[in-house]
Design a protein around this ligand. Structure first.
Ligand code: GRG
Length: 322
């Protein structure tokens, strides 16, 4: 399904005439490709203390959706590259993502017991091990890029990932999110207008969630030698996708079940957190999510049929129930 398309496939007309893509099956295919590579990266840590290594295996190979590897691989394929070329970037972003989830679940942050349908890392192991597990996943991501990418791509790839994971993106977004939660509890921002709240919320999500999604697409594009036009399309796709994903995540927290989502739900409302549904309501949130998904899919037109998995994922993301 995700094999490289022949030249005759390349027009948007051809894309439109193809059968709809089964996103779940395509994601399962990505997982079957990437998980053995992630497992191998953990096995390579033979010199690490066993408990630490097993916590890394537990966090990294937990049954998540593997959306970030899928984005990196499908971005590369959209630009005419291969999944093999995209593999290092796909592995590295999943390592950063896994670390961020482990740390986010810690008692000092979200204090969660359930993640990806299983006890969180600090529950399955202990708090110190979970902190160290996240600490170890970060250098592992950069080591993976340097070890597996051609020398002329590795430095650029490390820069892309470092920017997305750093204080002006993922970590900064988390800090802002924690501060916003505290402010909501203190009721110190009550005077702010809904527009100001919405702008703050979108800023948090651009950093906390969107930056890593964009990094997946940039890494995929880099490894495939994307043209400037393709790079711009990936950027446009990523910006719309990131926000659509977050709106869907908020909707799942408001309406989903713990069984389907694999983590505690309803916690945003419990904590008075800023979310799209709390600011604009469920229906308007859903409508915005669908509009953003359509915008992301439209950005894929430049790729012809090779962009079909990315386009289908954008629609799936807002319809998903987990
Ligand atoms: C601790 C630096 C640091 C950052 C944490 C990832 C994160 C930032 C917080 C997680 C809390 C959360 C629900 C964020 C919203 C978006 C998000 C990252 C959801 C989880 O991503 P999925 O749905 O997860 O792709 P799976 O488990 O499928 O990989």
């Amino acid at each position: 399904m995700l094999e490289k398309s022949s030249e005759s496939d390349l027009s948007a007309t051809a894309a439109a005439s193809q059968p709809p893509l089964d996103v779940q099956a395509a994601i399962a295919e990505v997982r079957a490709f990437i998980d053995p590579l992630l497992e191998e990266a953990v096995d390579r840590l033979a010199g690490a203390p066993e408990r630490l290594r097993e916590s890394i295996r537990y966090a990294l190979l937990a049954p998540g959706k593997r959306l970030r590897p899928a984005l990196a691989i499908w971005a590369a394929e959209a630009c005419g590259g291969s999944r093999q070329q995209a593999a290092a970037g796909a592995m590295a972003v999943e390592m950063i993502h896994a670390y961020s989830l482990v740390h986010d679940d810690l008692p000092a942050m979200d204090d969660d017991d359930l993640r990806r349908g299983r006890p969180t890392c600090h529950r399955a192991f202990d708090e110190a091990t979970a902190i160290l597990c996240g600490d170890a996943l970060q250098p592992l991501a950069f080591e993976t890029l340097v070890r597996l990418l051609p020398a002329d791509q590795a430095g650029h790839a490390c820069g892309i990932l470092a920017a997305a994971a750093g204080a002006e993106a993922l970590v900064g977004g988390q800090a802002e999110d924690l501060a916003a939660e505290q402010a909501a509890q203190d009721r110190s921002t009550e005077a702010d207008s809904a527009t100001a709240h919405l702008a703050r919320l979108e800023g948090i999500h651009r950093c906390k969630t969107g930056a890593l999604f964009l990094a997946c697409l940039r890494l995929g594009g880099l490894t495939a030698g994307a043209s400037p036009e393709q790079t711009r399309a990936l950027q446009r796709y990523g910006e719309a996708f990131g926000l659509a994903f977050q709106i869907a995540d908020d909707l799942l927290d408001a309406e989903g079940t713990e069984e389907a989502v694999g983590k505690r739900v309803g916690k945003d409302a419990d904590r008075g957190k800023l979310t799209f549904p709390s600011l604009v309501g469920l229906e308007a949130s859903r409508a915005r999510g669908h509009a953003l998904a359509a915008e992301a899919a439209a950005a894929c037109e430049v790729f012809g049929s090779r962009g079909a998995p990315l386009a289908a994922l954008a629609h799936w993301i807002i319809h998903r129930n987990h």
